[in-house]
Ligand binder design. Structure first.
Ligand code: SAM
Length: 235
């Protein structure tokens, strides 16, 4: 995945550090190889490794194919604790989630919002790690909403238009569907779960509560399980 700052000329990029390491160790690239490359929300194509040293790689890039359409999957997630957050970002990017809304909830500790992982650079780094894993280039957009009520009342109803909208809530009556394969918005609660008031507000905005059976999954497990259960195309 190539960013503006990687380009030293319109068709040449230089990679260093972790991304050089990824190219060599994970992709096993050597001089002369053709690697699939892509731009965030841009074109895809090939990069020929023209120079490879211990400290940098130079690629000659040809970009011409349009990017794959990202899955129309919107994840609305109560802000997870920092130690889970990076994993959730990476997994969501790997599975092709298009938009990630990080929202507040009564059981989200205030300190979770202080995490350095919310900076633009760290968000991009973790989403990139997830995309590289999947060999994808469509970077999910991250939206941060620190106030629950204005988000669910003023923004959520419009955001749910044209989508199947679900809130994963243990113990509710309706089982979570499988193989939905339609534009979907899915809300996942915090470690302590959404409160009854919050579930009521999400339902008022247009979400249906669904359960996954008696096993209670951690947020970092609930995200990949639910996304892959609802969308065949992500795996
Ligand atoms: N004690 C909390 C409760 O009852 O809501 C458990 C919260 S769980 C650790 C974190 C989030 O993952 C939940 O808010 C829900 O969105 C999702 N989740 C985990 N297991 C689930 C299940 N069996 N059914 C539906 N949602 C589940």
């Amino acid at each position: 995945l190539l960013f503006d700052e990687d380009f030293v000329a319109p068709n040449r990029v230089v990679l260093r550090g972790r991304r050089l390491e990824h190219m060599r160790s994970v992709l096993g690239a050597t001089q002369g190889d053709q690697l699939p490359v892509g731009r965030v929300n841009g074109l895809m194509g090939w990069g020929e490794v023209v120079t490879l040293t211990a400290s940098e790689a130079e690629l000659l890039v040809t970009l011409d194919q349009p990017p794959p359409s990202p899955l129309p999957f919107t994840l609305i997630l109560a802000m997870p604790r920092p130690k889970m957050f990076r994993r959730v970002l990476q997994t969501s990017a790997t599975l092709g989630v298009k938009d990630i809304w990080l929202i507040n909830s009564y059981k989200v500790e205030k300190s979770f919002w202080q995490t350095p992982w919310l900076s633009d650079d760290n968000l991009r780094e973790n989403l990139t790690l997830g995309l590289e894993q999947a060999k994808d280039t469509a970077m999910p957009k991250v939206h941060i909403r620190k106030l629950f009520k204005p988000f669910v009342e003023d923004e959520l109803p419009a955001l749910l238009q044209g989508k199947v909208a679900l809130v994963a809530h243990p113990g509710t009556a309706t089982p979570c569907p499988t193989h939905l394969n339609k534009p979907t918005a899915l809300c996942i609660g915090p470690e302590g779960g959404f409160t009854p008031y919050e579930v009521g507000k999400l339902e008022e905005a247009g979400c249906q509560s669904v359960h996954l059976g008696p096993r209670i999954l951690r947020v970092e497990t609930a995200v990949p399980v639910l996304v892959s259960r609802l969308f065949d195309a992500c795996l």
